[in-house]
Design a protein around this ligand. Sequence first.
Ligand SMILES: [Zn+2]
Length: 489
Amino acid sequence: MEEAKHSNMGLTVKKSENFSEWYTQAIQKAELIEYGSVSGCMILRPYSYAIWENIQSYLDAKFKKTGVKNAYFPLLIPEKLFQLEKEHVQGFNPEVAWVTASGDSQLTERLAIRPTSETIMYDSYKKWIRSYKDLPLKINQWVNIIRWEFKNPVPFLRTREFLWQEGHNVLATKEEMDKDVRTYLEIYKKAYENLLAVPIIEGRKSEREKFAGADYTLSVETLFPNGKAVQGATSHALGQNFARSFGISFLDKKQKKQYPWQDSWGFSTRSIGIALGVHGDDKGLVIPPRVAPHQIVIVPIYFSKQPGYNEKIRKLAKEVEDGLVKMGIRVESDLHDDNSPGFKFNKWEIRGVPIRMEIGPKDVDENKVVLVRRDNGEKIEVKTGEVNAVVLETLNKIHDNLFNRAKLYLQAAQKKVDSIEVLKDIVGKGQIGFGAWCGNQDCEENIKDQTGGTKSLNIPFDQPNLAEGQKCSFCERKAQYWAYFSKSY
Ligand SMILES: [Zn+2]
């Protein structure tokens, strides 16, 4: 019976052979999500919600250091507010879900379920901002979002409902806004690198790909093992567009009326899917240690042939657990004696717990434990007195190993391209093309048509020099900068 369960638990596909099937199986067998009854709406089970809570607490502290305060704005947005910023409404309209009725009666005005909160928040900002003394205004909210996607849903990565934070700042000058937009992108970059162990490419979105209603959008992007890029987070410079549409203005020190400058920035549960997709392996998930709900799982190897040993094993397990918890380490103890160690190893491997600790009769005799790393299978024997220090060090080593492995992959995938044909070939291999580019929307449209859906990822901040008179790699125009292109989610 147990062996049958055992074999059911494992994944039936290899990550390298069928990434999307691997991804779907891995996150379900690890009990991260359940499909909801409406297509594209996912249930975040406790194990994935705990990852989100760890991400939240990291980001929330970083935001607050920049002077941001949290608030909550309503889910429903009256249509007339939603229509105020023209480009914004055009960009979002196809994805907006509307509330049109209550009971059997039609509403007199349709209400949008928030696809993002610029419009509802700025309607209040207009009332709150009068003078330069009211600036900067920095507000964030942690909420859910509905965007009615029609493409195939992919848990975490593309769903109709998701969780995120959206920050909305108002500043007196363009210089402050330009700096602010970079500040939050930097926080997102560090969240990916230092928390989720995911390397990213940072830069500015093209005109075609920027946020609807923004002056410009900055993004962090990474590459999945299936050769598709995925956008990790965005920070938008909204300029004065929304301030003018919503009538937000302030009196400066000379009592002159000015329009303020705004930005908005968001980080969503998509980040969980990105970390899982980047790090997992054929055995299942590998959860990056700094967000893992359980950073270490203790698995006793019971030994019933000699009386007294199981008691000693339990006692040592409890001592070690107490010590680790005191250090702030998140520990799970799997002390049940109705499942075999092999069953438990399998279970926690699929769930991607960074370290497994084994405690058997020999360990009790020798006052030691065995640690097994999830990322590379390495076994480490540790004296019980050194467990705390070695576990802390090993969690950091796992983080570094995951990050470095992914970074090598991301770097190796970047190839210079000098024509649409070469770009098509590169993205066909699941790589990222890097080309000199004119930046024009119709050029990007043409690239997309000629290569089966390739899009620009971003225009990196670190720009190699362009040659004198260098032309666009994809049309006859003059190149403006270098940019990344690939297939993407
Ligand atoms: Zn061009």
